[in-house]
Design a binder for this molecule. Structure first.
Ligand SMILES: C[S@@+](CC[C@H](N)C(=O)[O-])C[C@H]1O[C@@H](n2cnc3c(N)ncnc32)[C@H](O)[C@@H]1O
Length: 419
């Protein structure tokens, strides 16, 4: 699309980070980094840093971050925007990156099948003329054992954005300095305070011009609810494995205070996409959907059914979850953790049993692979005994606790054996 190419050439996205090494030292990450979230991407595969990766629509920073963070990956990045490509090239020279090749090219020009272990395309296909065809193309390029990390916009929190895009289109607002000024004034001063778009505006980087253009003056952007998402994925040759982050896609965290009002087990039979729909139709927080697709159907909705957990399942705590408060087991309080990545959002308080299981998981993590279900079970019972608590865990209860922790985005599961 000519308009999209022009936009991302003029307003390269995201705002370029000149010193990515420093940003990484200060904690910058990109969610597509499978190295950080290995079990979420590849629950079936022993960890390797030797991946052949395609980044389709890499923009300004993503390819540089991934190449610096994963020196053994072999990365090929493409983007429509000449200026984004120029910026990435300058960074490749600056850091003498040998593991990244970059090219100005269109997703629809990708040829070849079964080439990549991992295909990343975040915030891209919803700007194309045919997102389904784009996904099909990306899927074909992925190896049979491979995975895709895809991000598309979510309807929920973005609904107001489309009202405003329409308004700015009626008025013929252009993608230039005057247009940006107009958009800001319209939203800040003319729009009623309770308009959902205003809430969205406040939650984004509205001080950055390129972000204003990308959100409010974008000529082509499609957002997805659950049905749209299923429709998008269906027939592309890949299957929905899991959300990158379950926190906003399962209702457990948000409804913890309303356990007596709502029986969440009524949702157990729903697939992860419908669980997200339930959660976000209430919470309206989701601006985007980031998820993992796999070529093999056997990974469809992996772990969403509790029956997939076996004695061999390996359990690991997710990165960026930190202890917030110590528990008091004698008062049936198991402590609390918070999610570092979500401005300190707290997890529901643990019961004594959940707190014990959590400590068993943390203590048991071996060589970064996690502990087996059996190890967690044994250690949890030992912790209970060592603390003179009259508590014990059986298989079914352990499965329920772990599956709830998975829905709360506190643990990941994998099937790999420890060598
Ligand atoms: C919102 S940015 C996202 C950049 C990057 N993926 C990230 O997450 O930071 C979208 C990028 O996709 C590129 N793009 C849009 N349509 C494309 C297409 N058909 N082929 C290749 N790149 C495309 C744009 O030029 C832009 O750089």
């Amino acid at each position: 699309m000519k308009k999209i190419k022009e936009q991302y050439n003029l307003y390269t996205y995201p705002a370029p980070i000149e010193d990515m090494k420093k940003a990484i030292d200060n904690g910058y990450i990109d969610l597509s980094d499978a190295n950080l979230f290995w079990d979420i991407f590849f629950p079936d595969k022993t960890y390797t840093d030797n991946l052949n990766v395609l980044i389709a629509g890499c923009g300004t920073n993503q390819a540089i971050y991934l190449a610096l963070a994963n020196p053994n990956w072999k990365i090929y990045g493409i983007d429509l925007s000449e200026n984004s490509i120029k910026f990435v090239e300058s960074q490749i020279k600056k850091y003498d990156l040998r593991n990244l090749t970059i090219e100005m090219s269109d997703i629809f020009e990708i040829t070849g099948e079964d080439k990549y272990d991992l295909v990343i395309s975040t915030g891209v296909i919803h700007h194309t003329k045919d997102p389904k065809l784009a996904l099909k193309t990306l899927s074909s390029a992925t190896k049979k054992e491979g995975a895709l990390c895809i991000m598309v916009y979510a309807k929920y929190f973005r609904t107001g954005v489309y009202d405003l895009q329409k308004i700015f289109r009626y008025l013929g607002i252009k993608q230039d300095a005057d247009g940006i000024k107009f958009v800001k004034n319209y939203i800040e001063n003319i729009l009623p305070d309770d308009h959902i778009a205003k809430k969205f505006y406040k939650s984004t980087s509205s001080e950055i011009d390129t972000a204003i253009v990308d959100t409010w003056l974008n000529p082509k952007d499609t957002a997805y609810d659950a049905n749209d998402l299923k429709e998008l994925i269906n027939g592309t040759g890949s299957y929905f494995q899991n959300w990158l982050d379950n926190l906003f896609c399962y209702p457990q965290a948000h409804f913890d205070d309303f356990k007596n009002d709502i029986d969440l087990s009524l949702l157990d039979h729903l697939d992860p996409i419908d669980n997200m729909d339930f959660t976000q139709s209430t919470m309206l927080q989701a601006k985007k959907h980031t998820f993992i697709l796999r070529k093999k159907k056997e990974f469809e909705f992996k772990w969403s059914s509790i029956s997939e957990i076996t004695k061999k399942t390996r359990i690991k705590n997710t990165p960026f979850v930190k202890a917030a408060e110590k528990g008091d087991l004698s008062k049936n309080y198991g402590g609390q953790v918070f999610y570092q990545r979500f401005k300190g959002a707290r997890c529901p308080k643990f019961s004594a049993k959940e707190g014990i299981v959590w400590s068993a998981i943390i203590q048991g993590v071996k060589n970064n692979v996690g502990s087996s279900f059996n190890d967690v079970l044994l250690l949890s019972n030992k912790i209970a005994k060592d603390n003179n608590l009259n508590l014990s865990f059986d298989n079914n209860e352990m499965m329920r606790i772990l599956h709830r922790m998975w829905k709360l985005s506190l643990v990941t599961f994998s099937e790999t054996e420890v060598i």
